[in-house]
Design a protein around this ligand. Structure first.
Ligand SMILES: Cc1cc2nc3c(=O)[nH]c(=O)nc-3n(C[C@H](O)[C@H](O)[C@H](O)COP(=O)(O)O)c2cc1C
Length: 159
């Protein structure tokens, strides 16, 4: 199994989990960064996020994406933004379709769930490519599920 974690994180929750999974799986990791960084002001980003969602904005990526042919397993880690995966992740998946790969998704959220995110992932990656989607609720930076759940999910990727 040759795996890579591809993640976006605005405030660190997803970043911490992505790095934890990297240690557990001992695999490559790649951070997606937009060309235009989001403001440090959370409320501004939430307001902008709504705008991006309603207008289908796709932020341009500054991350140099390597050739992904050699990876058979891709672990996507993203926050939930406006009841969907983050626009940065959508930009990536639209440009680099991951069909024919084994895909696992970890989506953090602020307690409202991933909403239409699963549907969006299935559309972009192909339903049969997505093995599982783990939703991880947070209260600010406090994870609200047990680490045992995350560990069990990581074990399921190894199988
Ligand atoms: C622009 C924006 C939109 C968000 N929209 C949602 C949402 O629709 N549902 C939800 O449960 N949480 C939402 N959140 C909260 C984040 O999903 C949550 O805090 C997540 O863990 C942040 O991950 P990060 O620290 O890796 O950026 C939103 C946060 C931001 C900044």
């Amino acid at each position: 199994m040759n795996s890579i974690i591809i993640y976006y994180s605005y405030q660190n929750n997803t970043r911490k989990l992505a790095n934890y999974i990297k240690e557990a799986l001992n695999c490559q990791i790649l951070e997606l960064l937009p060309v235009v960084p989001y403001s440090d002001n959370y409320d501004d980003v939430v307001a902008l996020g709504e705008n991006e969602e309603t207008k289908n904005v796709r932020p341009e990526l500054q991350t140099n994406i390597p050739n992904l042919d050699s990876y058979d397993t891709v672990i996507l880690c993203t926050p939930t933004w406006w009841y969907n995966i983050a626009p940065v992740m959508i930009s990536f998946l639209e440009k680099y379709p991951l069909t024919n790969k084994d895909i696992y998704v970890l989506a953090t959220n602020g307690g409202f769930g991933l909403g239409k995110g699963k549907e969006c992932l299935e559309e972009l990656c192909g339903k049969e490519s997505i093995h599982s989607v783990l939703e991880v609720p947070f209260d600010e930076d406090e994870m609200e599920i047990s680490m045992d759940v995350v560990n069990a999910w990581i074990e399921s990727i190894k199988k």
